[in-house]
Design a protein around this ligand. Structure first.
Ligand SMILES: [Zn+2]
Length: 363
């Protein structure tokens, strides 16, 4: 059950759209239906004040990490042009270190670039199985591992993402999972702090490359999650470099694998076990995940969201958007939009498995 948001109730502001490409098409051939859907979505987006957007799962066959290889180059170009026609900037969606196990980059480089923990084990990233029913459909499944920003992945990542920005004339880059804090033990990548320093180096290079092109950088962090702390030194530094900050106010698992023993356990052992028995576990995760990502607890405490926003503002950040996976819950939407209105910040509409036209009541 979900409720549509009445477009009249959306406060004025610079809002954002987080779109899941796979919801519109997975076709590799010309796709007329796609164009119609996208034009409709972009018109609604414009109407409700969306000024920026990012598109996840645009990479072919969900191969996270193979950023150059989109499902359908013509569709992707059409989407970007349609957004531009409606005055919406498009940011390339990237994840700082996650790669899908079935990606080309994983298969070629995982022995050199994957993160190694104490027992020489690799870290699992998010598995799509955890997002079943929220972002992906039943058959869309893939496992991810974390690559180290201290390795040559950094160079490879930067080269790829700037190629996409230039090829499709995108307006900027969005980097997800910046809150990964891991101590990678692979000595070939550098000394013991190389993971954390690598995160910052990537952010600095992205910011530099975008400035040169007169484009923008959007950082994503998980300040809202109970398990993730307020800005540490790395975050403080990139708050200066980012043009936009997106805050997630979902209470789901934050990504501080180094300091959170439960997460460490999950990344090392549980994720693999869950993945292996996914057919069985899907039944449970389908029920569990929507609760895990339910923002209700945080939305009931709007002061907390306001504090996070004010904290970011104290670092000079003015362009802030707030993200909740369940804006179609009236209580959550009302609570967060009140904070957005008060703090003069934007809302990030997340399509999940719903199109914007299915989220918004346009009457
Ligand atoms: Zn490393």
């Amino acid at each position: 059950m979900y409720e549509r948001i009445n477009s009249k109730k959306i406060p004025k502001g610079e809002h954002m759209l987080f779109m899941m490409y796979n919801l519109y098409s997975k076709s590799k051939k010309p796709d007329k239906e796609f164009k119609k859907m996208i034009d409709k979505e972009m018109q609604i987006a414009k109407k409700i004040g969306i000024k920026t957007m990012t598109v996840e799962s645009n990479f072919s066959d969900f191969r996270v990490g193979d950023y150059m290889d989109v499902w359908n180059s013509k569709n992707y170009k059409y989407l970007v042009d349609s957004a531009h026609k409606n005055g919406i900037k498009v940011f390339l969606y990237t994840i700082i270190g996650e790669v899908a196990k079935h990606s080309k980059v994983y298969q070629k480089y995982h022995k050199k670039w994957a993160i190694r923990g104490p027992l020489n084990l690799r870290y699992s990233g998010f598995n799509s199985i955890m997002l079943q029913g929220i972002a992906y459909e039943k058959d869309d499944e893939f496992a991810t591992f974390v690559f180290c920003p201290g390795s040559n992945w950094k160079k490879y990542f930067l080269k790829q993402i700037f190629e996409v920005v230039d090829k499709y004339d995108l307006d900027g880059i969005y980097i997800d999972r910046l809150s990964y804090r891991i101590n990678c033990r692979d000595k070939r990548h550098g000394d013991k702090n190389h993971f954390k320093e690598g995160v910052l180096k990537i952010v600095e290079e992205v910011s530099k490359g975008l400035k040169k092109r007169k484009k923008e950088f959007m950082a994503v962090d998980l300040f809202g999650k109970p398990s993730v702390r307020f800005p540490d030194k790395i975050v403080e530094k990139y708050l200066d470099l980012a043009d936009y900050i997106l805050i997630e106010i979902v209470p789901g698992p934050g990504i501080d694998m180094e300091n959170n023993p439960l997460q460490k356990f999950y990344a090392y052992f549980a994720a693999k076990a869950i993945w292996k028995s996914r057919k069985l576990i899907k039944i449970i995760t389908k029920r569990l995940v929507p609760n895990l990502y339910n923002s209700l607890s945080i939305s009931k405490d709007p002061k907390r969201v306001e504090n996070i926003i004010n904290c970011l503002k104290s670092y000079g950040q003015t362009k802030i958007v707030t993200f909740s996976v369940d804006f179609t819950n009236k209580e959550i939407f009302d609570s967060v939009s009140k904070v957005a209105k008060k703090t003069k910040t934007g809302l990030c509409f997340v399509s999940g498995r719903k199109k914007l036209s299915e989220m918004i009541m346009d009457k």
